[in-house]
Design a protein around this ligand. Structure first.
Ligand code: 13P
Length: 259
């Protein structure tokens, strides 16, 4: 499969924002008409759990899919406060972010856990968006490749080539998240092509060619084009700039992608 088969993907991660029904409704009602004519890339937004149902309802006739920001790895059980894959599926959710650095750093989520969450998502036909990326110290110590390699190795352990077809990887250097200091497109491309090569080696050349690898970390309307011009960057995972309909729409539409 050639790179032309990788449909670009733009994802908005709302984090713990816009999670009341009026807020979600306002943001999506603003966004839906702005991106209505976009047909050459996939759009996913990930609101908090509290408004996933409203979001899937509002987007039922739109070209926007709805993702969750996390899930529990078990289907059900005594896990107070947790949400499982079948519960998300029941709300019309199609995607789920797994292993976001905020969950790893603030909630101690390790990659063994990420692996179990991916398994559960796949079992219930949710497309996992698996986040990897180094922190500032690791970046400064030039450990990026080693860190990302380990995250991929542990996170994707045991998956088959067929399962890998459902997965999207998001490379989010932690030092670039919410800082306004995005990685340069050159650096991001270097890491993306490293990830692609490792996946081709670990799984198969087909997996390497077909998997989508997104960049995340301070993506804005004015830097989207430079990321999308890179051959191994297949889209973006956007935090802050996904919270306003017109700003996110500008990112979604960017410049025509080099494909
Ligand atoms: P920002 O776009 O706010 O830097 O956040 C990136 C992110 O963490 C998306 O998951």
């Amino acid at each position: 499969m050639g790179i032309e088969a990788r449909i670009p993907m733009i994802i908005g991660n709302w984090k713990m924002h816009k999670g009341t029904i009026p807020e979600t409704s306002e943001l999506l009602r603003g966004l839906i008409p702005l991106v209505r004519d976009v047909a050459d890339r996939e759009i996913v937004v990930c609101p908090p759990f509290t408004t996933l149902e409203s979001a899937t309802y509002l987007c039922k006739d739109a070209n926007i899919s709805i993702g969750a920001q996390n899930l529990h790895w078990e289907e059900k059980g005594a896990f107070t406060g947790e949400i499982s894959a079948p519960m998300l599926l029941g709300l019309g959710v199609t995607h789920v972010i797994i292993g976001h650095s905020e969950r790893r750093q603030l909630f101690g989520e390790l990659y063994e856990l990420v692996n179990r969450k991916i398994d559960s998502a796949l079992q219930f036909n949710l497309a996992p968006i698996v986040c990897v990326g180094e922190n500032l110290d690791e970046y400064r110590a030039e450990q990026t490749f080693r860190v990302v390699e380990k995250q991929i190795e542990c996170g994707l352990k045991g998956l088959s080539d067929i399962q890998m077809r459902e997965i999207v990887i998001a490379y989010e250097p932690i030092w670039a998240i919410g800082t306004g200091l995005a990685a340069t497109s050159f650096r991001a491309e270097m890491v993306h092509s490293f990830i692609r090569a490792r996946l081709a080696e670990t799984f198969s050349p087909e997996v390497g060619n077909s998997i989508r690898i997104l960049y995340g970390g301070s993506v804005k309307p004015d830097n989207i084009s430079e990321f999308m011009l890179q051959p191994d960057i297949d889209g973006v995972l956007v935090g802050g700039a996904s919270l306003e309909a017109d700003v996110f729409a500008k990112i979604v539409m960017g410049k025509p992608f080099y494909r």
